[in-house]
Design a protein around this ligand. Structure first.
Ligand code: PMP
Length: 366
């Protein structure tokens, strides 16, 4: 049987593993930071309506510039952050992963490097490798906050072309202060200058405000967002960025023509019409997240403060064995490979109860 390495693939892909969170059919799935609430029926009907309108024109390519959608996303950002964002500052793609890929194709690439402060979202490193961008693993403190002095030193030493700041950070849940981003931005500009990407996939769940207002006067800063989490639309595949309009112009150089299907654009627009209903679930999930933090601490576990829709808990000598024991009780959580720690996504109250029961049993048996 032919194996990958028998093929003439790029050398830097040899021996690498693809992204692969297990998709297992278990009763309680709390492993990929999805929103547990299904879309409300009235929105489902509105999606069907908008998609039907679109279907009549599927003989044509979609709006390549996704103008109506970007207008709606800009309005959402303006309304929720209080910071005016224009359509020219917004770009959309198939999930924020594709946004990140387009940014790396534009600002990274062969001979260039990107840095992230790990543990962090594993796709930052994977998409870097996929685009031929060298990856530098930057430091994080023992409490999972960014050690600003150490991060500044790493930027000065490596002079990366792209700097990733994930806030709230996956998998730890840690939010990053605006002052920290400003210091890293200044360090990155002094060293090269380079593009600083603030990944705000989970910001709607945060106790802190969005870092979006920092965009003013900083053309090398980008904020990335997604409809996969707070909007409860992971299956839609819709991510976006806000930045200086020049950044939006720059990614046009690498985006595929008509990358965002007409069906995706119509569905996303329908979801944005129902923003208030969808974001109504965010409040419930934040309360459940806080309940998980308290309950896990009540069980005597260590828990990292969380600003996201998930919670990092530990510490375990044999992390994988604990993950498996929780799974044996019908609850799928995530082992992100952070030694000693596991991550659980906030689900419905019933799912979280099932998770807490499973953990209580498992740790008694340790
Ligand atoms: N950024 C972070 C920090 C994430 O955790 C995720 C999803 N797990 C993404 C980006 C990508 O999300 P999507 O492609 O669904 O927008």
């Amino acid at each position: 049987m032919t194996k990958i390495d028998d093929l003439p693939i790029r050398d830097e892909l040899r021996g690498q593993s693809p992204y692969g969170a297990p998709q297992l059919d278990v009763p309680v799935q709390l492993n990929t930071n999805e929103n547990p609430y299904q879309l409300p029926e009235e929105l489902v009907a509105r999606i069907a309506e908008r998609v039907a309108e679109t279907a009549r024109n599927l003989n044509r390519y979609p709006d390549r510039d996704a103008v109506e959608l970007r207008e709606a996303l800009a309005a959402y950002l303006t309304r929720t952050t209080g910071h005016p964002v224009a359509r020219e500052q917004v770009w959309a793609a198939n999930g924020s992963n594709e946004i990140i890929q387009q940014l790396l194709q534009t600002f990274g690439g062969p001979g260039r490097t990107a840095i992230g402060f790990e543990p962090s979202y594993s796709m930052h490193a994977l998409i870097s490798r996929g685009t031929g961008t060298g990856w530098i693993s930057g430091p994080r403190s023992a409490d999972f906050t960014i050690d600003v002095a150490a991060a500044e030193a790493a930027i000065a030493e490596h002079r990366p072309d792209v700097v990733f700041v994930c806030s709230p950070n996956n998998p730890t849940g840690t939010a990053v202060a605006a002052e920290t981003v400003l210091r890293l931005y200044d360090a990155a500009q002094a060293a090269r200058p380079s593009l600083v990407i603030v990944d705000e996939a989970y910001v709607e769940f945060s106790h802190r405000d969005s870092l979006l207002p920092l965009l003013a006067g900083r053309p090398n800063l980008v904020v990335t967002r997604t409809m996969s989490k707070a909007f409860g639309a992971a299956g839609l595949r819709l991510g976006y960025l806000a930045a200086d309009p020049a950044v939006v112009d720059a990614v046009q150089l690498v985006r595929l023509p008509y990358h965002l299907s007409a069906v995706t654009q119509a569905t996303a627009l329908a979801c944005l019409e129902h923003t208030d209903t969808l974001l109504g679930y965010v409040g419930r999930l934040k309360a459940e997240r806080d309940r998980l933090v308290d309950a896990l601490r009540g069980l005597g576990l260590e828990v990292t403060d969380s600003d996201a829709n998930f919670v990092q808990f530990g510490r375990f000598d044999d992390t994988h064995a604990v993950w498996q024991a929780i799974l044996d009780r019908g609850v799928l959580v995530r082992d992100n490979g952070v030694p000693g720690w596991l991550r659980v996504t906030a689900g419905t109250p019933a799912e979280n109860d099932a998770f807490l029961d499973a953990v209580a049993t498992v740790i008694k048996e340790l």
